[in-house]
Design a protein around this ligand. Sequence first.
Ligand SMILES: [Zn+2]
Length: 130
Amino acid sequence: MSLIERFQTVYELVKAGLTIDQREEVLKFREEVLQTQEENQNLRQEVAELKKALEIKEKLSHDGSVYWLGEGEKREGPFCQRCKDVDEKLVHLQRTRELLWFCLECKSTYVPPGYEPPEIDNDLLDSRGF
Ligand SMILES: [Zn+2]
């Protein structure tokens, strides 16, 4: 039974003996209980969100270029540095045809560690008239 249901039960039991002023005071008290419950729910949600943000922050690492979440085989990423630092958002980077990392959100491009540009097929370029 919730707090407000218990309150309603008590109110039903005593209301016959209450004056109008007392009933109004009881109803004001009921309203305050409802507001407190709503505030409590909002605070619980805020705590849950902060716990999740803290958990992510503890698992997040920066390799000098991009962010990663977790370690080893469970490591996720890479994530965009700009979006994380400026907007507090984790945005997965996409591989480009040139094997760079690209953020679809802010259009930043990152060079992966040990990056070597893909070899250009000169025969293919010649056949296309370049
Ligand atoms: Zn970005």
